[in-house]
Design a protein around this ligand. Structure first.
Ligand code: ATP
Length: 342
């Protein structure tokens, strides 16, 4: 049995099915993200695990123990929300020590454990500061330290980085992953940011309208999205009409009209060649500079197609240029229809 198991976990609010029969098995030490659009049930799932929301049906089993209806305090899980909820009148050290004092841990042990965890989150030199004297990223580290110091079996993170600006956010993603690896703690994180989920998780759980629609390692999820929705939500995708060739391999259908299949082709998988070459002809309508890449929008007989090319330092293609598009046939992915209302 996995370390943390959700078995048919469901939550109903009146007529709203917030979470529908969710199954998930998280292994010890694993970092799993719940990813999905607003309102898909991510937070409700996390809140049921934390014990702040009571499940309507199903079970939550932690390390062999059924905790479905246990009090939050008896579960002893570490929780970090997007609002840091630090005590403003306490120093960093006291904020972190608070949970241990509540648990009546001897003072000498508290001092040792707080010092160790502040070292871990790289805040040892700021132990005597107050939250107002810290940056957003530093406050989030305090919140993390406060959750970790009680040495919980599972760490629950709800959009922990959404209050931070883009650069800091990326830095903190890697920090969270480093800390999680160092401590080896089983972690479940809620996010609506696909880049965040892909970059730091062992596995990603995609949720839609209260249901789990795919669970996979980040690379697998990106390269083999199961449905149209997932393909578009996890990264950018071109959706193309297709059918199967004589050997049964999917191919893009060039004739007008709907194909039998919906195919997905990632923008970075498309090469741009001189006009007249390749599988499809197009014209660059607009281009956007993304720093490390150029994003081109092209007009083609199959509609608008997005292409992303690495910025190798040479001049980009001009708007209005005619080009040929090419791709490896085995990078086309056949998508299933969406079984869940988006
Ligand atoms: P977000 O990213 O916007 O927080 P989410 O994926 O975390 O979204 P939830 O907060 O879990 O989604 O909400 C799932 C559904 O349950 C939504 O339709 C929401 O309106 C509903 N819901 C959540 N909490 C309650 C509540 N206390 N009472 C009634 N409906 C609720």
């Amino acid at each position: 049995m996995a370390f943390l198991q959700l078995e048919g976990l469901s939550k109903r609010y009146g007529a709203i099915d917030a979470v529908v029969a969710t199954h998930l098995a998280v292994e010890k030490g694993e970092f799993v993200s719940l990813l999905g659009p607003s309102g898909c049930g991510k937070t409700t799932t996390l809140q049921m695990i934390a014990g702040f929301v009571d499940a309507t049906a199903g079970r939550i089993v932690l390390d062999g123990r059924d905790i479905t209806h246990a009090k939050p305090s008896s579960r002893g899980l570490g929780v970090v929300f997007q609002s840091y909820a630090l005590f403003p009148h306490m120093t960093v050290r006291d904020n972190v020590a608070f949970g241990l004092r509540m648990r009546k841990v001897p003072a000498a042990d508290i001092a040792k454990r707080v010092a160790k965890v502040l070292e871990l989150v790289r805040l040892a030199q700021h132990a005597d500061r107050y939250p107002r004297e810290l940056s957003g990223g530093q406050r989030q580290r305090v919140a993390l330290a406060r959750a970790l110091v009680i040495e919980p079996p599972v760490l629950l993170l709800d959009e922990p980085l959404s209050n931070l600006d883009a650069n800091l956010r990326e830095e903190m993603q890697f920090e969270i992953r480093r800390i999680q690896c160092e401590v080896g703690i089983t972690t479940l994180m809620v996010t609506h940011d696909q880049a965040e989920a892909l970059s730091i998780s062992d596995r990603v759980v995609v949720m839609q309208a209260g249901r789990v629609t795919q669970i996979d390692e980040p690379y697998k999820l990106y390269e083999h999205p199961r449905t149209r929705f997932i393909s578009g939500f996890v990264g950018k995708a071109n959706m193309l009409p297709g059918d199967r060739d004589n050997a049964g391999q999917p191919q893009v259908r060039h004739a007008a009209g709907d194909g039998e299949l919906t195919l997905s082709l990632r923008p970075e998988k498309i090469d741009l060649l001189e006009a007249g070459n390749g599988r499809l002809q197009g014209r660059i309508v607009t281009r956007y500079f993304l720093g490390s890449q150029w994003l081109y929008r092209l007009d083609t007989a199959l509609g608008e197609i997005t292409v992303v090319r690495r910025n190798d330092g040479s001049a980009p293609l001009a708007e209005g240029t005619s080009v040929g598009l090419d791709w490896q046939a085995d990078l086309l992915r056949v998508l299933a229809a969406d079984e869940v209302p988006a």
